[in-house]
Design a binder for this molecule. Structure first.
Ligand code: AMP
Length: 423
């Protein structure tokens, strides 16, 4: 146990972590260009927030939350997603008092007691955005456009954007009735979970993973026949905006979100390559959520993207990320104690100048140190042997050309700065 990590969690090791830094950097870059600002909320919240903000009949709340009572007997849950916390922060910090809309993004770990498999973990990371305070259809298109721009900038291709409208509280009850009517006489074929959903939340039957339920859903009525004219106009406008910038999409009438606070646009981005886990990004409009969480009625929309799945897909599509492994630029090799002390001082001075330096810490032989310098792929190795030390000199070896020069110690910093930075 002591040397095993909990099931469904990952160590992100050096070598891998640079890829994370890269995809996070691009997320920040794209979000910034679209006018979104980063928010960081706590990794745990009062359980109540997720009961309200995610929904009591969702899989997340029913079976996936990491909830516990803290020492002060408060019910606490590790955040399973980012929207509820962002809404809470928007209300608690009165961000609605600023000029609207509020455009936020977040990147961070989420926790769900899911069955671990490739692309599905118990601690995973999401990059997500939320816009509060505008129901304009161009915002829906911008949110989808941001997700696409991000994925394209990373080099992903074969993206499929699925969109749908899930109606609004005015027209959804009618659709609900239509679904109940359709599934009513097929009760003996529905799985046990969907049988429960039939009364509580029939829309959720449409995304059941059970093959029999999926087959039944094929001929189920679609929401398009029930939506009110306001919803239809909004959906058409979103499509017009997407068309105007050449974002391709598929209208998928089976794409649903069962909870009452979801309204209008729902979307998913699917990618080729990761089989059943092909959804890399999911989002939509939730005009009822902020009110549900205790605020004034305020429209909202957002998406969340799974970073592990993103990296997996990039790998499967053969896209190598600039693995900017932080190799040092300089290695200082020494022989003996006094020269080691000089190496320590030199390393500190060079780092102050913004140059990355590595040295020996294990009293290795000069030969072994040279091997390390090679492995680290440094540009220059400084060699301070006894002879150099006596003459107040350093040998500098250009690792690419194997050319060596002797330089007075007093000149070494400016020499390296000139060689590396052309200063
Ligand atoms: P959701 O918040 O369920 O809409 O999920 C949004 C995105 O997060 C999904 O499209 C996945 O890419 C990712 N995701 C959700 N659950 C997990 C998980 N357990 N492990 C890894 N990624 C996940």
């Amino acid at each position: 146990m002591l040397t095993t990590r909990p099931r469904g969690t990952n160590d992100i090791l050096p070598g891998e972590v640079e890829k994370w830094q890269y995809i996070e950097e691009i997320a920040r870059q794209v979000s910034g260009q679209f006018g979104y600002h980063e928010i960081r909320t706590p990794l745990f919240e009062h359980t109540e927030l997720f009961l309200r903000g995610v929904g009591e009949t969702t899989d997340i709340v029913e079976k996936e939350m990491y909830s516990f009572e803290d020492r002060g007997k408060r019910n606490i849950t590790l955040r399973p997603e980012g929207t509820a916390s962002t809404v809470r922060a928007f209300l608690e910090n009165k961000l609605y008092a600023n000029p609207q809309p509020t455009k936020l993004f977040y990147i961070g770990p989420m926790f769900r007691y899911d069955r671990p498999q490739a692309g599905r973990y118990r601690q995973f990371h999401q990059f997500g955005i939320e816009v509060f305070g505008s129901h304009h259809p161009s915002v829906d298109a911008e949110v989808i456009g941001l997700a696409c721009e991000y994925l394209e900038r990373l080099g992903l291709n074969q993206l499929k954007v699925h969109i749908n409208t899930v109606g609004c509280p005015k027209c959804r009850p009618q659709y609900r009735e239509a679904l109940i009517k359709y599934f009513q006489d097929k009760k003996d074929i529905l799985c046990k979970t969907c049988l429960g959903r039939l009364e509580k939340n029939p829309l959720r039957i449409l995304d059941c993973k059970n093959t029999q339920c999926q087959e039944l859903s094929l001929n189920a009525p679609t929401i398009q026949n029930s939506t009110c004219s306001e919803c239809q106009i909004h959906f058409q406008q979103v499509q017009n905006y997407l068309d105007s910038v050449g974002i391709e999409y598929i209208v998928n009438p089976k794409l649903v979100r069962g909870l009452d606070y979801y309204t209008h646009t729902a979307f998913e981005i699917l990618v080729q390559g990761i089989g059943a886990q092909s959804a890399i990004c999911g989002g939509g409009r939730y005009n009822g959520l902020i009110e549900q969480c205790g605020g004034k009625p305020t429209p909202g929309i957002g998406f969340a993207m799974g970073m592990e799945r993103l990296l997996l897909t990039l790998e499967l599509q053969g896209i190598s990320l600039i693995a900017n492994y932080n190799n040092p630029e300089i290695y200082i090799a020494t022989v003996g104690e006094e020269t080691e002390q000089l190496a320590f001082r030199l390393a500190m001075q060079l780092r102050k100048k913004g140059i990355s330096v590595e040295k020996d810490y294990l009293d290795k032989s000069l030969k072994a140190q040279m091997k390390t310098a090679d492995r680290l792929n440094v540009k220059y190795t400084l060699i301070i042997g006894e002879e150099e030390f006596e003459k107040n000199q350093v040998t500098i070896r250009n690792m690419a050309t194997s050319q060596q020069n002797k330089i007075p110690i007093s000149d070494i910093i400016s020499y390296i700065e000139r060689s590396l930075r052309g200063k």
